[in-house]
Design a protein around this ligand. Structure first.
Ligand code: DX5
Ligand code: ZN
Length: 218
């Protein structure tokens, strides 16, 4: 099994003090920080963009910014996000007719490549060549657009299927995940856990991160 990576979604943090919220999660033992970029077009919500990522990177230079791009034109933002300090760039299969082109552009800009599928998208769209050309697959376990939604367990079938086909890849789950169901996600084959509300809303986020890590590591 690939290494367990925990990536708190900062959408659930106090965004008015984003840098210190990121630092707080690093101090609490997270591995990455999940930055949800939404454009009000691919999804019906607007969050943050490259200017905000730039400031986070300046204030918290050591953080691995795991950028989840819920945008209608994923190729467009690659240079800005790389320049802002993004380490991985995950785009949606549904947002482009040229995933190979987007992948090539992300690689040119020296970021890790993630490919996401929304709940209605079957895992079969990820062909062997597509899956093998990325660093991470993201299986959404809620409809992208908002934090704090209910986990859709039926999406884990796709995690299972992808894990069987891509044994060495990072497989991320995102949406409604916490210490109660991380174990189910890990059993299906996910090793990269995004959790927003469950971590930022916890009385003891350090313990929650530890609980999630323990349940993934079994
Ligand atoms: C949803 C976002 C998620 C979300 C996760 O569109 O991609 O990253 O913020 O938040 P929780 O864990 O609260 O569902
Ligand atoms: Zn996300």
């Amino acid at each position: 099994m690939s290494k367990c990576i925990i990536s708190p979604s900062v959408l659930a943090s106090d965004l008015s003090k984003l840098s210190s919220e990121c630092q707080r999660m690093i101090d609490n033992g997270c591995d990455w920080l999940h930055m949800d970029v939404m454009d009000g077009n691919f999804v019906p919500n607007i969050t943050m963009g490259a200017p905000i990522l730039t400031w986070v990177h300046k204030n918290v230079p050591d953080i691995f910014m795991d950028c989840h791009m819920m945008v209608a034109d994923p190729a467009k933002w690659v240079p800005e996000v790389a320049q802002a300090g993004g380490k991985s760039y995950t785009f949606h299969y549904e947002a482009t007719s040229d995933p190979e082109g987007v992948i090539a552009k992300i690689k040119e800009h020296k970021m890790l490549v993630g490919l996401a599928i929304s709940p209605q998208t079957p895992s079969s769209v990820i062909t062997d060549s597509l899956g093998n050309s990325v660093d991470m697959l993201l299986v959404m376990t809620v409809q992208p657009g908002y934090g704090g939604q209910k986990f859709k367990p039926e999406c884990l079938e796709k995690v299972k299927e992808l894990r069987a086909r891509f044994p060495g890849k990072n497989i991320q789950v995102d949406g409604g995940v916490g210490s109660g169901n991380a174990c189910q996600c890990a059993r299906a084959g996910s090793n990269v856990i995004v959790a927003g509300t469950a971590i930022f809303g916890a009385d003891d986020p350090k313990q929650t991160i530890l609980d999630i890590r323990n349940s993934v590591n079994g």
